[in-house]
Design a protein. Structure first.
Length: 322
C-alpha cells in the first residue's frame, strides 16, 4: 500500500483543519501518514490519528516556528529521502505555498497545485484542477518518478474522524544554520468575533453593491440571527471596507456553508470559485443579468437595502414565533 503523506501545518499548537480534511482523503488512497513540526506537534498526534493518520512524524523543536519555511523544507526533504512516500499533500495556506515550492526546488520535483480532488487510478495520480479562475475544470495525470507533491485547496474534502490512533515516530533531524535565515520577528493576531468564516454553516456576504463599509451592519445583523458569519468580495477588501480575513474567492478563502447569501455581489469568477460549493446559494442584486444568478439556487432581483431589512424582519418574526 502506498504511503500518502500529509503535512500537518500547526497553528497555536493545533493542526489546521485543512490537514484533517486531507488526512480524511489520504486514508482512502493508501497508508496515511502525517508530519507535524514545531510547538505542539506531540499534542497534535491524537487528533491526527483520529482523522486517519497511521503514523505521525513529530519534532517539537521551536526552530520550525521561529524561522520561515527553510527548517521545515530541510526536515521534509530528509524524511522524504529516507521513507520515499508516493504522494505528499499540502493544504491551502500561505505557509504551505512557501514550503511546497522550496521543497520542489530541493527535490527537483514538480508540483500539482490548486487541486480540488485527488485520486489514484491504476497506480497513477489524477487530480481535478480548476483553470481560468474556475471557469474550466480539468483533469491532470501526474507521471513523474519520485515523490509527487500536491497542493490542494481547502474544503476539497470534509474532515471526518474515523476513531483511529497513530504511531509516533520521533524525528531527530537537526536543522543546520544555513536553513535559519528568514526569521519571524513579530506576529500580529487580529481579533475575531463570532463564528470562523471557514466553519460557518451560514454566510452572509457583501460586495461593492453595499456602497460603503457602514452598510455592512445589516449583514452583521442578518448573519447573527442565523448564527453565521459575514464574508466579502475582493473589491470590498481592496477598498478597505473589510479586512482580508473576510475575503472569499480565488485569492481569499474557500467556503462551503449550508447557506450562502450574496448581497450586492455581481458574481465575478474570482469570487464564485470560493463559494460555489455552498449547498444553497441565495443572490440579491438589482441587476437581473448579474452573473451571480447563474450560480444561485434562489435569486432576488431587487435593491439590497430594501430586501435585507425585510429578511431581517421576517427572520426575527419567525424566531419569535418559535
Amino acid at each position: 500500500m502506498s504511503r500518502i503523506w500529509v503535512w500537518a501545518e500547526l497553528q497555536d499548537g493545533k493542526p489546521q483543519r485543512v490537514a484533517l480534511e486531507l488526512l480524511t482523503r489520504a486514508r482512502e488512497l493508501g497508508e496515511a501518514e502525517a508530519i507535524a513540526l514545531g510547538g505542539g506537534a506531540a499534542a497534535a498526534v491524537e487528533r491526527l490519528g483520529e482523522h486517519g493518520a497511521r503514523r505521525v512524524y513529530v519534532h517539537d523543536d521551536p526552530v520550525y516556528d521561529q524561522y520561515i519555511a527553510e527548517p521545515i523544507v530541510e526536515t521534509l526533504g530528509t524524511l522524504i529521502a529516507e521513507y520515499q512516500p508516493a504522494v505528499v499533500m499540502f493544504g491551502e495556506s500561505y505557509s504551505a505555498r512557501d514550503v511546497v515550492t522550496r521543497l520542489a526546488a530541493r527535490l527537483g520535483a514538480g508540483i500539482a497545485s490548486n487541486a480540488t480532488a485527488i485520486d489514484l487510478v491504476d497506480g497513477q495520480l489524477r487530480l481535478t484542477v480548476p483553470w481560468l479562475g474556475g471557469a474550466i475544470i480539468g483533469t491532470a495525470t501526474v507521471t513523474n518518478h519520485g515523490p509527487k507533491l500536491v497542493y490542494l485547496k481547502a474544503k476539497s474534502y470534509e474532515a471526518a474522524p474515523n476513531g483511529g490512533a497513530a504511531e509516533v515516530v520521533q524525528v531527530s533531524t537537526s536543522v543546520p544554520a544555513s536553513a535559519r535565515r528568514a526569521r519571524v520577528v513579530e506576529s500580529v493576531v487580529q481579533a475575531a468575533e463570532g463564528v470562523k468564516l471557514e466553519e460557518a454553516r451560514v454566510i452572509v456576504s457583501g460586495g461593492r453593491g453595499l456602497q460603503g463599509p457602514e452598510n455592512f451592519g445589516m449583514l452583521d445583523e442578518l448573519a447573527g440571527l442565523f448564527g453565521g458569519a459575514v464574508g466579502a468580495t475582493r473589491a470590498v477588501v481592496d477598498a478597505g471596507w473589510k479586512p482580508y480575513s473576510y475575503q472569499i474567492g480565488q485569492t481569499g478563502k474557500t467556503v462551503k456553508p449550508d447557506l450562502y447569501i450574496a448581497c450586492g455581489i455581481s458574481g465575478a469568477i474570482q469570487h464564485t470559485v470560493g463559494m460555489k460549493g455552498a449547498k444553497t446559494i441565495v443572490a440579491i442584486n438589482k441587476d437581473a443579468e448579474a452573473p451571480i444568478f447563474k450560480f444561485a439556487d434562489f435569486g432576488i432581483v431587487g435593491d439590497v437595502f430594501k430586501v435585507v431589512p425585510q429578511l431581517i424582519a421576517e427572520v426575527k418574526q419567525r424566531k419569535a414565533q418559535g
